[in-house]
Write a protein that binds this ligand. Structure first.
Ligand code: PEP
Ligand code: MG
Length: 579
């Protein structure tokens, strides 16, 4: 038995068998071949292609073939592999380069994708992902690798991996993944956020768990304490079965609050809303007592499945959420792609510094074609509920002005086409870039609301990558620098008379609830699983007590001092569990 400490990323206990998910990008061997080997290499290629074709045809015949566009996609893969041009190009290159066929195929694919990426036509550019997929299938056969997809899991497992991309997490078969243990990642990485959204206990930042565990090993994930137990003995298993039962019991008790308002002892009513990533999450909102959706991360539509979501697909997704929420407000954030949210469908973009790079509103303001499609879908969906539109990663007025201009253009286009939409849709921005926080007084005049994205705001303020486990100790929501910045955003917004919400993970941290209330946050938005506990705390405090505690904290000089003080108060006075 071995106990390994990591970062608690999603609460709860999972006990089960490990499934080791290895990065499925194979390392391609490269070696010289003799002339007499050419025919042999070519034969290996044709056999691998045949196997890939058989596999694809099997998928085509599979009645549960999945999404509607799946068949079209499989057809296009079959066509690519059956193209005689492909085999003649490989044959010619084998003769010319005298290198092994895996390498020849790999280089050929690279050249083709580079060519496509330069294409004017967006449709052609987007085909690069299909070429990679098809090539990977053939390469796997050439290299005798099993192709494993997390979407195909048929047994309950605890997923163990070095790293899990948000696109993997969104595609996995959630019903079968009972727990997650990863070498990499931090508490506010998007994989952690998804684990919480799907209520899957998760521990990240375990450094070497993928080296210590094999598929089939017994493993316990303690998402509360941020600990993983490998090869547990009988005593440990019994203890964790008991902890799991108690944890579930507490959850059920807290759910009893779902009909009650988030009202302080002295009568201040707060809005507790949910963050969602996929429309299916709306089912969990009522049972957790959410007052609406405070953040719908629309970019996940681009990370799941295949193909760019069309205007109609987006319209359906947004309408589904708005309809389900009835008259409760729904804030949909426009695309925040980039950073760690790389959409395979856009071919992936390689950047030196993606977190500071071409993401969110920056991406949308250059890919106006995609942005307009999304805005059209949003405006059309606005007829189905109380929609608010929110722009991510705004760093200053220029970006905001441009985003408004495009929104107005889309409205004009819809009006002239006779398409109906709600004329009065509130528009807000995320405050998650320090320059926006520092110019909140200017920005506040131009929007209907702010929502503070602490995940990024802390990352950029302390210069600490939110997904990097090695420096996770620096990621400190109670850093005096962060607290001062938050205070000035709230004060500036209130001065102008607009509400300030918070939708970063700090809003769902029970240790922060009273401090945020004292700070003046009007609305908290979090993974729905966190709502009941935050509501319990709010219902047991007065605003004046919260303001006093916040005042005390603002006098402190280091985050360590604040952490110790807050943990003590929250544990003793508010019965918050501190692990
Ligand atoms: C944030 O940055 O706090 C936020 C809510 O957005 P995301 O986590 O999607 O970057
Ligand atoms: Mg963000």
């Amino acid at each position: 038995m071995n106990e390994i400490n990591g970062i608690s990323a999603s609460p709860g206990i999972a006990i089960g068998q490990a499934f080791l998910y290895l990065d499925d990008t194979p390392t391609i061997p490269r070696y010289k071949i003799e002339e007499w080997q050419i025919a042999n290499e070519f034969e290996r290629f044709t056999i691998a292609v045949d196997k890939a074709l058989t596999e694809l045809r099997g998928l085509q015949n599979d009645e549960n073939g999945g999404e509607a566009n799946q068949h079209e996609l499989l057809d296009s893969h079959v066509l690519m592999l059956s193209d005689p041009e492909l085999s003649s190009s490989i044959d010619a290159r084998l003769r010319k380069n005298r290198l092994n066929v895996e390498w020849v195929l790999y280089r050929f694919i690279q050249e083709q994708t580079e060519k496509l990426q330069r294409a004017e036509d967006q449709y052609l550019r987007e085909r690069t992902v299909d070429i990679h997929d098809v090539a990977k299938r053939v390469l796997n056969h050439l290299m005798f690798r099993e192709r494993i997809s997390l979407a195909d899991l048929t047994q309950e497992v605890v997923l163990v991996a070095h790293e899990l991309m948000p696109s993997d997490a969104i595609a996995m078969n959630k019903r079968m993944v009972k727990g997650i243990a990863l070498d990499a990642g931090g508490k506010t990485s998007h994989t952690a956020i998804l684990a919480r959204a799907f209520e899957i206990p998760a521990v990240l930042g375990l450094s070497r768990i993928s080296k210590l565990v094999s598929t089939g090993d017994e493993i316990i994930v303690d998402g509360n304490r941020g600990r993983v137990i490998t090869h547990p003995d009988e005593k440990a298993k019994k203890r964790y079965v008991r902890v799991q039962r108690e944890w579930r019991q507490r959850e059920v008790e807290l759910m009893g609050l779902n009909e009650l308002p988030a009202e302080t002892q002295d009568g201040k009513l707060l809005a507790l809303k949910a963050n969602i990533e996929v429309p299916e999450e709306v089912d969990a909102l009522a049972s957790h007592g959410a007052d609406g959706v405070g953040l719908y991360r629309s970019e996940f539509l681009f990370l799941r499945g295949r193909g760019l979501p069309s205007e109609n697909e987006q319209y359906q997704a947004y309408s589904q959420v708005l309809t389900a929420l009835g008259d409760k407000p729904v804030t949909i954030r426009t695309l925040d792609l980039g950073g760690d949210k790389i959409a395979p469908v856009l071919g992936g973009f390689s950047e030196q510094n993606p977190i500071l790079g071409w993401r969110a509103i920056r991406f949308c303001l250059t890919r106006v074609d995609l942005f307009k499609i999304q805005l059209r879908a949003l405006l059309r969906a606005s007829l189905h509920g109380d929609l608010r539109i929110m722009f991510p990663m705004i760093s200053g007025v220029e970006e905001l002005n441009r985003a408004y201009e495009i929104l107005e253009e889309v409205k004009t286009e819809l009006r002239s086409a006779g398409v109906e939409f709600r004329e009065q849709i509130p528009v807000g921005i995320m405050i998650e870039v320090p320059s926006a926080a520092m110019t909140a007084d200017i920005l506040a005049h131009k929007v209907d609301f702010f929502s503070i994205g602490t995940n990024d705001l802390i990352q950029y303020t302390i210069a600490v990558d939110r997904g990097n486990e090695k420096i996770a100790y620096l990621y400190e929501p109670f850093h005096p620098g962060v607290l001062r910045l938050l205070k000035s955003v709230v004060d500036n917004a209130h001065e102008v008379g607009i509400p300030v919400g918070m939708c970063g993970e700090m809003a769902g941290d029970p240790l922060a609830t009273v401090i945020l209330l004292g700070l003046g946050i009007d609305e908290f938005s979090m993974s729905s699983v966190g709502i009941p506990e935050v509501k319990r705390i709010i219902r047991s405090v007065t605003v004046s007590e919260a303001e006093e505690l916040f005042g005390t904290v603002m006098e402190m000089r280091s985050y360590q001092e604040v952490d110790t003080f807050v943990a003590d108060v929250m544990q003793k006075r508010f019965d918050v569990k501190v692990y």
